[in-house]
Design a binder for this molecule. Structure first.
Ligand code: NAP
Length: 343
């Protein structure tokens, strides 16, 4: 799909580094913004490029320096990276050194045995494609998107190390790894002189796995950061689905969030959480983001957005008083693991 050509008139907001905090990723030297932006949904060829461009530039103006991608993001696969690459080539070209660009490989993007899994072939071929998508020489963070238990961990880790040694990535990350395999990989990476920068798990009031399986503690012990994805449970932890389903919402137009999850139980729990948020003078979205960022092991909350309004609104999350023990207890009562999620 061609979007035609465009010329840039963009200049970044001079105040952008005063708007959100930056937090150190584990024991590394790298700071990430407390809020990072992901291009998983609504950045393919099915949404207007001009809207995507506006959201990306607005995020950068708000101090979001970190943009998260994967070879799979679209539709079709790779489209989100190509769209980001167009904005990078024009509007953000002079800011490349101020951007932390990530990509992931290993989740299937085609029927070929080399377009999936954690083999050296699959990971390094995908990275080369991603660099072409972005039009860059390197990405800042290269991830193994998911563990591949049929491939030796040494081979997957070896491919990540090669990416850094070849100058195609500055740092490496893991996503969706359970603690045991994450630790194994972290040890191998440290031995190879390429310490694990960060792990990307799902975490929200409705997904408590990293509290239960020990990943929060492991991150601190092994010295890697955590960037938590879907902190709003794809929109379930906002007030948008409390009564109806808005026509333009993700639950209407994405295969990853079904309207079937919007049950009476979901609505009852989300409504109680919403009441708590209102009693604090904030929205449910702001409460949910503040809640994940209260964890010292969490470096960054990795959010999506379909409008600049959502970003403006959500990034106010850290302007409210800290959650009290009483408020955290109410969240425990209604923030039941698995609510609205296909776990
Ligand atoms: N590593 C992995 O396996 C993996 C998996 C999933 C995601 N990720 C990463 O995490 C990123 C974020 O995931 P996510 O998009 O699921 O995060 P999320 O922040 O939980 O959900 C974002 C979505 O919620 C809705 N929303 C946001 N703010 C809102 C507000 N104030 N009011 C009402 N609705 C609001 C918007 O959807 P609508 O407006 O469209 O309804 C928005 O796109 C992805 O882009 C990707 O980079 C990684």
């Amino acid at each position: 799909m061609s979007y035609g050509t465009f010329e840039t008139t963009y200049t970044a907001d001079a105040e952008r580094y005063t708007k959100i905090p930056y937090r150190r990723s584990g024991a590394s030297g790298l700071d990430l913004p407390a809020f990072s932006f992901g291009l998983w949904q609504k950045f393919g060829t099915d949404y207007a490029f001009e809207t995507q461009r506006e959201i990306i530039l607005h995020a950068f103006d708000l101090g979001i320096t970190h943009f998260d991608n994967a070879d799979r993001y679209g539709p079709p696969h790779r489209a989100a990276q190509q769209n980001f690459g167009r904005v990078l080539a024009k509007d953000l070209a002079s800011y490349r050194d101020e951007i932390i660009l990530s990509t992931k490989a290993g989740n299937a993007i085609g029927p070929s045995p080399y377009l999936k899994g954690g083999s050296r072939k699959s990971l390094l071929a995908s990275l080369d494609h991603s660099l072409r998508d972005f039009g860059t020489d390197y990405v800042d963070i290269f991830y193994s998107h998911s563990p591949d238990l049929s491939t030796p961990i040494e081979e997957t880790v070896g491919a990540l190390v090669s990416a850094v040694q070849q100058g195609k990535a500055l740092y490496v990350g893991l996503s969706n790894y359970l603690p045991e395999r994450a630790h194994e990989a972290a040890v191998l990476l440290r031995e190879a002189g390429v310490p694990l920068l960060i792990h990307q798990p799902r975490y929200s009031i409705f997904d408590r796995r990293i509290e239960q399986n020990g990943l929060l503690e492991l991150a601190q012990e092994d010295g890697f950061g955590l960037i938590v994805y879907s902190p709003l449970a794809q929109g379930l932890l906002t007030n948008k689905y409390l009564e109806t389903i808005p026509a333009d919402a993700r639950a209407v137009n994405s295969t990853f969030l079904s309207p079937d999850v919007l049950t009476d139980t979901y609505r009852q729990r989300a409504s109680e959480l919403n009441k708590l948020a209102e009693s604090r003078g904030q929205s449910l979205a702001q409460l949910a983001l503040q809640w994940v960022l209260r964890q010292p092991a969490v470096t960054s909350a990795l959010v999506g957005a379909s409008s600049t309004w959502q970003l403006d609104h959500n990034l106010q999350a850290l302007s409210f008083p800290e959650l009290t023990d009483e408020e955290l207890a109410i969240i425990e009562e209604h923030g039941v693991h698995g609510t609205g999620l296909n776990l």
